[in-house]
Design a protein around this ligand. Structure first.
Ligand SMILES: Cc1cc2nc3c(=O)[nH]c(=O)nc-3n(C[C@H](O)[C@H](O)[C@H](O)COP(=O)(O)O)c2cc1C
Length: 368
C-alpha cells in the first residue's frame, strides 16, 4: 500500500492523497485578477490527481506583488475569478489551497522570462518596495523603504483581509508565505533585518511579524480548516537565518495553531551556495518534524514516485510538494498511482478509456 496515495487528514479536512501542487507564480494576471490561464493551469493539476492544489503566491497588497502580473487578493473584485477556480478544483475531488504573500524588498521586478534582472523603476510602471530595513536585495534592486510600526500593522491587517477573501473564494487551506526572501523572511533573517525596534536585533523580535501574521490569519480561518506556513529553513549563508532558528520558530507556530510547516530554503541572499540535488531540502523538513512535533511538507527536486514514497515512509514529512515536475507532467499523481500500485487515484471519467495501454478496446469504441 502506498502512503503517497493515501488520504491525509488535518483538522477536519481530508486530502485525497499527500501530493500538493507547490505554489508557482504564473506572472499572468492583470490587476491581480485570476483569468482563464489560472483556471486551466490549476485545473489541469487537479484533473491530474494532485490532492492539494495551491495557487501561486497571491499578494495581500498591490505593493506586495513580485511583479505587476501577480495574483492578488487585496480587493473584493478579485474573489469571483478565484471562486471559479476553487469550484473546478473541488469538482475534481482535489482541495484548493492559497498561498498569501508580500514580496517586501523583492517586489516590483520583471517577469523572469523577460531576462531582465532587478527592479522595475516607478517611471517604468513599477513602485518603490518596502522592507524591514533600507537594504537592497542586490545592486540591481531598489532599496526598500523601511516599514513604520503603523505600516507593519497594515501589513498584518492585509493578510487578515486577504485570508477572509480567500475563504469566501472557496479555499480550504491557507499558507502564509514566510520563505524565499520575501517580506516575512526579510524580517526573520538578520541579513535583511537590521531594525532596532521590537521587530529587529534578536531572535524574538525578528520572528515577531511572522508570529503576528500567522496568529491573525489563524484567528479568521475556520477551526476545522488547516493553516500552513512556508519557511526557508536556512539562508545558506553564514550569519544568516539557520535551521536551529527554524525549529524554534516552528515550535512557536505550532503553539499558535499552525498545522503544518512547508519547509523550503534560501531566497534572502545572492551569495547563498545551495547544494541542490534530489531531495536536498528533505533533511530540514525531517528536523522540524522531529524536533518541533509539527507536521511538515517537503519540497525541492522530488521527481520520482518511489522517492516521494520513501520520504513519507521514513517519516521525514507528511505532504510532498511538487513544483516543476508537475509543470512537466500534470498527470504525475495518476502515473505515480500506477507505478506504486496504489490504484487509488481515479482518472476523470472522460479519460478512463486511456488509462491502460494494455486494455483491449474494441475499435468501434473509438469511432464516435
Ligand atoms: C515557475 C515557478 C514559480 C514559483 N513560484 C513560487 C511561489 O509563488 N511561491 C513559493 O513559495 N514558491 C514558488 N516557487 C518555488 C516552488 O514552489 C518550489 O519550492 C521549488 O520550485 C522547488 O521545487 P521543485 O524542485 O519541485 O520545482 C516557484 C517555482 C517555480 C518553478
Amino acid at each position: 500500500m502506498s502512503l503517497l496515495l493515501e488520504p491525509y487528514t488535518l483538522r477536519h479536512l481530508t486530502l485525497p492523497n499527500r501530493i500538493a501542487v507547490s505554489p508557482m507564480c504564473q506572472y499572468s494576471a492583470v490587476d491581480g485578477l485570476a483569468n482563464d490561464w489560472h483556471l486551466v493551469h490549476l485545473g489541469s493539476r487537479a484533473v491530474g490527481g494532485a490532492g492539494l492544489v495551491f495557487t501561486e503566491a497571491t499578494a495581500v497588497t498591490a505593493e506586495g506583488r513580485i511583479t505587476a502580473q501577480d495574483l492578488g487578493l487585496w480587493d473584493d473584485a478579485q474573489i469571483p475569478p478565484l471562486q471559479r477556480i476553487t469550484r473546478f478544483i473541488t469538482a475534481q475531488g482535489a482541495v484548493p489551497g492559497i498561498q498569501l504573500a508580500h514580496a517586501g524588498r523583492k517586489a516590483s521586478t520583471h517577469r523572469p522570462w523577460l531576462g531582465k534582472h532587478g527592479s522595475v523603476k516607478p517611471e517604468d510602471g513599477g513602485w518603490v518596495p518596502v522592507g524591514p530595513s533600507r537594504i537592497a536585495f542586490d545592486p540591481q534592486h531598489t532599496a526598500p523603504q523601511e516599514l513604520t510600526q503603523a505600516q507593519i500593522d497594515e501589513v498584518i491587517q492585509a493578510f487578515v483581509e486577504a485570508a477572509r477573501r480567500a475563504l469566501k473564494a472557496g479555499f480550504k487551506v491557507v499558507e502564509v508565505h514566510a520563505a524565499h526572501g520575501y517580506l516575512l523572511h526579510q524580517f526573520l533573517s538578520p541579513l535583511s533585518n537590521q531594525r532596532r525596534d521590537d521587530y529587529g536585533s534578536n531572535f524574538e523580535n525578528r520572528i515577531r511579524l511572522t508570529l503576528q501574521v500567522s496568529e491573525a490569519v489563524r484567528a479568521v480561518w475556520p477551526d476545522e480548516l488547516p493553516v500552513f506556513v512556508r519557511v526557508s529553513a536556512t539562508d545558506w549563508v553564514e550569519d544568516g537565518w539557520n535551521p536551529d532558528e527554524t525549529v524554534a520558530l516552528a515550535k512557536r507556530l505550532r503553539a499558535l495553531g499552525v498545522d503544518l510547516i512547508d519547509v523550503s530554503s534560501g531566497g534572502t541572499s545572492v551569495h547563498a551556495e545551495i547544494p541542490t540535488g534530489p531531495g536536498y531540502q528533505t533533511q530540514f523538513a525531517a528536523r522540524v518534524r522531529e524536533e518541533s512535533g509539527i507536521a511538515t511538507g517537503t519540497v525541492g527536486m522530488i521527481t520520482e514516485p518511489a522517492q516521494a514514497e520513501h520520504i513519507l515512509r521514513t517519516a521525514q514529512a507528511d505532504i510532498i510538494f511538487l513544483a516543476r515536475e508537475l509543470l512537466r507532467d500534470p498527470y504525475w499523481p495518476l502515473h505515480a498511482d500506477d507505478d506504486l500500485g496504489g490504484y487509488k487515484a481515479v482518472w476523470p471519467a472522460q479519460y478512463q478509456r486511456a488509462t491502460s495501454r494494455e486494455q483491449p478496446i474494441h475499435e468501434s469504441d473509438l469511432r464516435e
